[in-house]
Ligand binder design. Structure first.
Ligand code: ZN
Length: 314
C-alpha cells in the first residue's frame, strides 16, 4: 500500500500574548515569522505561523492567542512538547543564549541524542535536539547558520494507553517503529530523519490534559497534495475514525480526526504553501486575510493589537 504521509507538517499551540510570543520564537529562537493572519473561526484574534525561510512543512509552528484565557493543563491526550532540531554542536550556543535571556534550560540525553529543554513564556515545554541533518535554518533573525534551528524534530504525544495510538501510526499512517526506551517509542515516516518522527509516551498515571493557554492544540502530518489527502480520508474513515471534511486553510488543505488517546490529528497538504498570497521574500510582514474576511479588513485591523517586529535578544 502506498503511504502518503511524509512526516510532520505543523504543530499548533495556544498562547496568551502575540507580541511576547513573537519576541520568544522569532527573536530569541530565531524562527522566521512566515505568516501573520487571523484565526479563521475568530478573526478578532491573530494566528501566527513560524518556520524556515519558506515555511516548509515540518518546520512550521503556529499559535492562536487567547488573551486572558484560563490556562490549560498539558497532559494525556495532547502533544506534550515542541521539539526542534539544531546542529549537534549548537547546544552550547543555545544554552548560553537562553541563559542570557533569563530562560532556564536543562541538558539531557534521550534516545542517544543530546536534548536542551526549557519552557516558552506560556509554560509550554520546548526542546532543541542536537542533530546534524540536511535542512537549512533561517538566518534572517540573526542566528548564524551553524546554530539555526532547522525545524521540528519530533512530536511527542502523551497518552495513557499507547497501544491504539501506536497501531494507528503503523497500521494506517505508514509510520515505522525505530526505537523504544522505557515508556517512549519513536516512530518514523519515510524517508526518515528529523521532522518525520513521532514519539509516543505511554503514561497510565498521566493526568488528562485540558485545552487552554499554554497547551499544544494539535499536530498536523504532511501529504504532498489533494490525492493523498483524499485517500487518507477514505482509509481512516474505513478504519473507523471520524474524519472531517476537507477544510481550506488558505496555505494548505486539511482533514482532522481524533486518535484513541485523545490527541487531535490533522493531515495537511504541502500545497499551496505560504507564498500563495504574498511574495516569498516578504513573508509574514503584512496582515493577510482570507477572501471571506477581506471586506471587513478595516474593522478587523482595529480590533487586533498592533505588533512590532521581534525584539532580538542581545
Ligand atoms: Zn493545524
Amino acid at each position: 500500500m502506498k503511504h502518503h504521509i511524509t512526516g510532520l507538517h505543523h504543530l499548533t499551540a495556544i498562547a496568551t500574548d502575540a507580541q511576547t510570543n513573537i519576541n520568544f520564537y522569532a527573536g530569541l529562537l530565531g524562527l522566521r515569522l512566515v505568516k501573520k493572519t487571523v484565526n479563521f473561526d475568530d478573526p478578532t484574534a491573530y494566528h501566527l505561523y513560524y518556520g524556515d525561510a519558506a515555511g516548509t512543512p515540518g518546520t512550521i509552528l503556529t499559535f492562536f492567542y487567547w488573551p486572558g484565557a484560563s490556562r490549560g493543563v498539558i497532559g494525556a491526550g495532547q502533544p506534550s512538547a515542541i521539539t526542534f532540531s539544531a546542529p549537534a554542536s549548537s547546544l552550547d550556543f543555545w544554552a548560553e543564549r537562553l541563559q542570557r535571556a533569563g530562560v532556564t534550560a536543562t541538558r539531557r540525553s534521550r534516545l542517544g541524542e543530546d536534548v536542551l529543554g526549557f519552557a516558552d513564556p506560556d509554560g509550554i515545554p520546548v526542546e532543541i535536539v542536537g542533530v546534524d541533518e540536511s535542512r537549512l535554518g533561517w538566518t534572517g533573525a540573526g542566528v548564524a547558520a551553524a546554530y539555526a534551528i532547522r525545524g521540528l524534530h519530533t512530536t511527542e504525544l502523551t497518552v495513557r494507553d499507547p497501544a491504539p495510538t501506536e497501531s494507528l501510526l503503523t497500521d494506517h499512517m505508514g509510520y515505522t517503529l525505530v526505537q523504544r526506551d522505557g515508556n517512549r517509542a519513536r516512530f518514523e515516516a519515510a524517508p526518515g530523519g528529523p521532522g518525520r518522527y513521532v514519539d509516543v509516551i505511554g503514561d497510565r498515571g498521566a493526568r488528562r490534559g485540558t485545552g487552554g493557554a499554554g497547551t499544544i492544540h494539535h499536530v498536523a502530518f504532511r501529504v504532498a497534495g489533494d490525492t493523498g489527502e483524499l485517500d487518507m480520508q477514505d482509509r481512516l474513515n474505513a478504519a473507523g475514525f471520524h474524519v472531517s471534511e476537507v477544510r481550506d486553510r488558505q496555505y494548505f488543505r486539511s482533514i482532522y480526526y481524533r486518535e484513541h488517546g485523545g490527541v487531535l490529528f490533522e493531515i495537511a497538504t504541502d500545497v499551496p504553501g505560504f507564498a500563495v498570497d504574498e511574495p516569498a521574500a516578504s513573508l509574514g510582514t503584512a496582515l493577510k486575510l482570507p477572501p471571506q474576511f477581506e471586506r471587513a479588513r478595516a474593522q478587523i485591523e482595529e480590533l487586533l493589537p498592533p505588533l512590532q517586529p521581534a525584539r532580538l535578544a542581545s
